[in-house]
Structure formats: C-alpha cells, structure tokens
Design a protein around this ligand. Structure first.
Ligand code: FEO
Length: 395
C-alpha cells in the first residue's frame, strides 16, 4: 500500500526484504528504495526503484492515480537502485519532463536513452507544480557526481536521495514507528554513512553550510533508503558529528591469523587497550564482514592492524580490508601494524605502506615477532596497547 507522508504526498517505493549484498556491503536488514508521488496540478514522481521492483512501485502509484497521469519525473540520482526502473516507467508514463542535474543528464544518457525529455536543473532552480514548488539542490558525490536533492518548499519536506538513508527493510515507514530507533536503525544509519559516505565528510559539512545560507529548514526528510524522518534533528546531528571526523576513546584490533600467533598479539594489545580504559573491539577478518568493521572504524581513534606474513605478503583478507579502507579514506585516526612471521616478515611493512598512504597518524613503527610470541613479547604487546591508548585517544 502507498503511505501518506503529508496531504497529497505519498511513499510509493519498494521494500527489498531479502537483499544481503549491496555492491559488496553486507545488508543484513535488506533495504528499501523509496520513491515519492506528489499530487498537484503537475503530478510528480520523485525517483524510481530497482528495475525488478517497478511492478511493485507502479501498483502503489495506481492505488492513488493512473501512472499515465504523472506529468513530471525527478531523478535525484543515476545509480541503478533508484534509476534502474526508469526505462519501464518512462515508457509507461511518458512524462512531459524528466528533471535531473546536468551530471544526471549525462549519466542517464549513458545508461539509457538520450531522447528522453530531460530538463537540467541546478542548485536554486525552482519548478512550480501548481500549489507547490520544487527547489533543487545539487549534492555532487553524495553519492555520485549526479546526486541532487529536491525540496518541497511549502511543506519543508526534503527528498534527500542517498543522504540520511539506511539499508533497512521494515513495515514501518517513519522514524517514530520504530521503538528501538537509536539502537538497530541507528546502527544501520551509521553503517550506511561509513560504507557509502565516509569519504565525503568535507562535502557534507559544506552542504550544511550551504543549507544554512539558503535558510532551509526541514520539517521532514525523506531519503531514498530506510525510514522517513518526522523528527529529523537527530539524524542531522549524527551526520554533522560523523562529517566532522570526531572520534571516541575507541580502538579497534583488526587481524587475521595463520597458527594463532598474530591472534595472541591481537589479544595482548586488546588487554592493554582495555587496561587504559579504551572502548576496545577485536575483529577477526574472516569472522566479521569488512562492511561491519568499517562501521566501527568511523568513530574509532585508533586502528591496530595485524597480519602474519604468508608467501612474502599479507593475508588475503587483510589485503581486501585495506583495499576497502583505501577507498573510504578514514580521517583523524592513529594506526599501527603488528604480526608474526617465520622468515621473511614483509606483512608489517606492507600494512604500514597503506597506512602512510592513507595519511593516518603512525602510532608505532610496527610490532612483529618471529613464529610464536613468548611471554616477554606478550607483556610488551600489553604495555604497548596501554601506551597506544594513552598517547592517541581522547580522554
Ligand atoms: Fe542508493 Fe547511490 O544509490
């Protein structure tokens, strides 16, 4: 069923209950692709859904109005989870205009057809629907260069595209319908930010500045994934905090191990970190999905990365994690490498190279032991954990 947000504005998206992999990101709660219908003199559809779910979306639209009566379509974002359904919807609806950013025009033309009735809109452009007005706001890289948001001025309702979204399938559509909001949904919101938006913190801070200059206030925020916020202040505050790069007194020990030697070092480092009263998490790279680990990276102040040397290099799971981390470009963190080796011992220096490339603060030159750590080396690792917490984490 469609769901009314405010009079004459409806959610008509689709729920993807069984999605578990979103381009490599573990989506254990599924997702939603939120599309919105505005009834006015010019009936307008904001975004579409994944290609496979178009029939579900069109059924929802048809509960309210014949889809062929839609006059305008707005494409806030070219990525296929929101635009994959566009060809079928465009063929059925035949709208007068398809609004998108200039980059959206270029992107949609490459993905689909270039003879659609594109109307490029830039930041500040307005379109009257009759009784209501759409105001467009380009938000490049949140999450693609084409991304933009659409603001329904009279109702102070922001259609925010990927920003403020979460991969979260549920029967609830609004934030005030979820009892453990800060817990499970809050975690999914943070996971989405960490895995999709972490590299763009500076752009998000600039977006808040632009919104301030334009005097925009939001009574409701309707993103393209997850819940619609009737009380948006909490999510705006979370984004301001994450975008600032603020970290907690929190350390992560992230490792893989061959015959438990690197694991012994991981546990000893963790003991030291805990002794120094750092919130500490230990993650084995083949037990915790990398998208869950980077969720914790977001507000951690210290990363300890451990790998044994195998065939003169690092463990494949550590290689995968570091590659993912390089793309997400975490900021404001200290980091160090550790690991065991048998004869050649390249793992620690290879991890260090990546950490240096990421411009993280090098908290230590690298802690490595030959074959199996003895009691003296384990004591050294525990003491090192304490020192690392004292010297690199906020109080
Ligand atoms: Fe939900 Fe960048 O797409």
């Amino acid at each position: 069923m469609p769901v009314e947000l405010i009079p004459s504005v409806y959610w008509v998206g689709a729920v993807d209950w069984t999605l578990r992999d979103f381009h490599g990101y573990l989506t254990e709660m599924g997702s939603t692709y939120n599309a919105y219908l505005i009834l006015d003199e010019k009936i307008t559809l904001i975004d579409t859904v994944k290609k496979e779910l178009v029939p579900e979306m069109l059924e929802r639209v048809a509960e309210i109005v014949d889809p062929e009566k839609i006059t305008y379509i707005v494409s806030n974002h070219t990525e296929m989870d929101h635009s994959g359904g566009l060809p079928e919807v465009m063929a059925r609806v035949k709208p007068e205009k398809l609004f998108c950013s200039p980059m959206g025009h270029a992107g949609l033309s490459r993905h689909f057809k270039s003879d659609w009735p594109f109307e490029e809109v830039k930041t500040g452009a307005e379109v009257s629907l009759g009784r209501r007005t759409l105001l467009f706001l380009e938000t490049p890289m949140l999450h693609w260069p084409d991304s933009m948001m659409t603001f329904l001025k009279e109702d102070q309702l922001l259609f925010s595209s990927d920003a403020f979204g979460a991969h979260y399938a549920s029967s609830a559509r609004f934030d005030d319908q979820v009892p453990d909001l800060a817990c499970e949904y809050g975690h999914q919101l943070k996971k989405y930010y960490a895995n999709i938006l972490m590299p763009f913190g500076t752009l998000i801070t600039q977006l808040f500045e632009r919104i301030g200059k334009m005097d925009l206030e939001f009574k409701m925020i309707a993103p393209d994934h997850g819940l619609i916020y009737r009380q948006p202040e909490w999510v705006l505050q979370a984004y301001r905090r994450w975008a600032s790069g603020e970290v907690a007194r929190k350390a992560l020990v992230i490792y893989d191990t061959m015959w438990h030697s690197t694991e012994m070092l991981a546990e000893a480092l963790a003991e030291g970190l805990i002794t120094a009263q750092a919130e500490t998490q230990v993650h084995h790279l083949r037990r915790t999905h990398y998208s869950d680990i980077v969720t914790e990276v977001l507000d951690a102040g210290l990363l300890c990365l451990g790998s044994p040397t195998i065939n003169n290099t690092i463990f494949p799971s550590m290689g995968q994690f570091l590659t993912y981390l390089q793309g997400l470009r975490p900021r404001n963190k200290a980091a160090m490498a550790f690991g065991s080796y048998g004869w050649s011992g390249q793992a620690v220096s290879l991890i260090n190279q990546v950490l240096q490339g990421l411009k993280l603060k090098m908290a230590h030159g690298g802690f490595q032991v030959k074959y199996i750590p003895d009691e003296k080396e384990l004591v050294e690792a525990r003491v090192l954990g304490e020192e690392l917490a004292r010297e690199n984490l906020p109080d």
